[in-house]
Design a protein around this ligand. Sequence first.
Ligand SMILES: Cc1cc2nc3c(=O)[nH]c(=O)nc-3n(C[C@H](O)[C@H](O)[C@H](O)COP(=O)(O)OP(=O)(O)OC[C@H]3O[C@@H](n4cnc5c(N)ncnc54)[C@H](O)[C@@H]3O)c2cc1C
Length: 490
Amino acid sequence: MPTQQPMVLVALETSDDVARELERRFGADYRVVVAAGETDAAARLADAAAAGQAVALVLGDSADPRLYVETRRLHPDARRGFVLAWGDWARAETSDTVLALMAANHIDYYVVRPRFSPDESFNRAITDFLRDHQRATGAGGSDVTSIEGDADRARRHGLVTALPDGSVDLAIVGAGPGGLAAAVYAASEGLDTLVLERRSVGGQAGSSSLIRNYLGFSRGVSGAELAERAYQQAWVFGARFAVTREAVGVAEVDGGFVLEVAPQLPEGQGELVSAGAVVLATGVSYRRLALPGLDPYLGISVFYGVSATEARAQTGRVVYVVGGGNSAGQAAVFLSRHAGHVHILVRKSGLAETMSDYLVERIAMSPRITLHPFSEVTGVFGETNLQEVEWIDDRTRETTRIACGSLFVMIGAEPNTDWLRTCLPLDEKGFVLTGRDAEGKALESPYATSRDGIYAVGDVRAGSVKRVAAGVGEGSIVIQAVHRYLDRNA
Ligand SMILES: Cc1cc2nc3c(=O)[nH]c(=O)nc-3n(C[C@H](O)[C@H](O)[C@H](O)COP(=O)(O)OP(=O)(O)OC[C@H]3O[C@@H](n4cnc5c(N)ncnc54)[C@H](O)[C@@H]3O)c2cc1C
């Protein structure tokens, strides 16, 4: 009879101290299994998979990635930790091993051996792994980022979908990092704050499986967890949220603003919210590649952006970039510093129409980048990691299926501003213009729009840096300008 307790597998050269501490703290809820070497560990993983038993965590200390690869293949939700001794990170050989295993996504993080008992640093690191596993399996309670615009589901998660009675000091539109930061700062500084969100809390960041570059989270943080923490933080300061509610219009009325909110089906009509000031944090929607079978590779070997970590992880690999705009060009050039070779797939005849000249030249001159015009991706193949990509040549209708380490999809992003076109100046791509009036004169805040009392932060703002930290920074700073505006209009 298979036990319901998930397994923690210890596959170390010396395992006594680690196994003892694990058993002591986690033994009641997890089955701690010590493997006698890597072959035994692989057999234990296979036995567990055959018996339908969950593996929550595998701890290894080998630079050879085979055990971690096997773990990922048989137990995709299991976390993989590399165990090292206290101070060992200072040795170049160990740090190179850990960085290489992490860059190749063979391990999730490292953990330092317990030095005494109880060692709470060790236990906390293990708890983090186990919590990540629980989250990955969908266990572990409510997740405010998962409601995806479904009002019933939102209410079941204890979220509010109704609009408040009366007016608020500040209405924030969008609960991505920018909107959440604005909500935390506004509510903590005494403003009666309402956040309207049409889908789920977290925005684009909420869909990111691991944000590696956000300050203070050395092992990375899932976008869902970051969003949930920020939501709770804003809530305890008193910010109110109305999720699954989309702002569809804004008008100036009696020195304040009235936001029109889309109907909440099936209950009925659209509703109105009155606010003294408005912060727009509606972000962008990345164009997704509509390709069957792509989603399981997201964040593993299919990416909608290139961070330095992802670029380094491509060392020596053959990678593909889809897209012909500047973001695709920059990604290709950046990736070519690390990757063995970069292929760019574009549907048009070339890059000249869509990419800046300097990038077109750099791509043409690089022996490590090959451009494939008239090409469209038609398939992706592999087990847990992407192994092959298939594309079709639109002229000849010939298909090519070839090895591919990672696929970077850079086919553009559109700001969520259709509803603002008639009331705010936008740039030619639809991003909200801030910081200067129509004559080019500086406004009182870099986040002010030319409509006094309406501000924009994060990805939706023309010229913004499209990053979590940038959205958070802007959302925090804008509140000072909101206070000044509200004081002037009091
Ligand atoms: C897959 C992925 C991975 C990423 N990884 C990283 C990373 O590792 N590091 C990093 O720094 N950045 C990363 N980014 C970029 C980062 O997520 C964004 O820069 C950041 O989320 C922008 O925050 P924002 O608040 O401006 O907008 P968004 O996150 O886009 O949030 C906007 C919110 O507004 C809502 N909204 C839109 N219109 C309306 C409306 N009319 N009414 C009500 N609500 C509305 C949307 O539903 C959304 O929830 C990643 C992006 C993606 C897509």
